[in-house]
Write a protein that binds this ligand. Sequence first.
Ligand code: ZN
Length: 149
Amino acid sequence: MENFRDQREDPVSKLVFELSKLPGIGEKTATRLAYFILKQDSAYPEALAGAILSAKRKVGLCRTCHTLTDGETCRICSNAQRDLFHMVLIDSALKAGKLPLARMLLSERTGDKPNSRWSWLRFAEALEGSGDAAQAAVARARASMLKAA
Ligand SMILES: [Zn+2]
């Protein structure tokens, strides 16, 4: 019992014990890591401990997909939400006959997402609506190329 307490209170044993809880780290590797850490000057263990604490405080799980993120929603999910919002905006601009707005949004979108068939079809629709048949035909051709692919 005395021996066990001594071992747990020994700072090196405590470090080895904590490191050995990491996945894939047995006692032997934990001991090697502990010695490595202890041989460095104090800047390294401070940076390591700081990085662990900072990541633990700042990083959580994405509300939508549960991957690690430093915000409420990860970058992929927030881009997907923004993209969906953008599509709704384009559809309502087309339905409301706001063709200059639809054209502007679609010109930007087909530049950002040249492989989006949806965008080329809407772009063709907006161009036709504003009497630009030649450009509309180009946009339709882009869309049908993507359909074939
Ligand atoms: Zn996510």
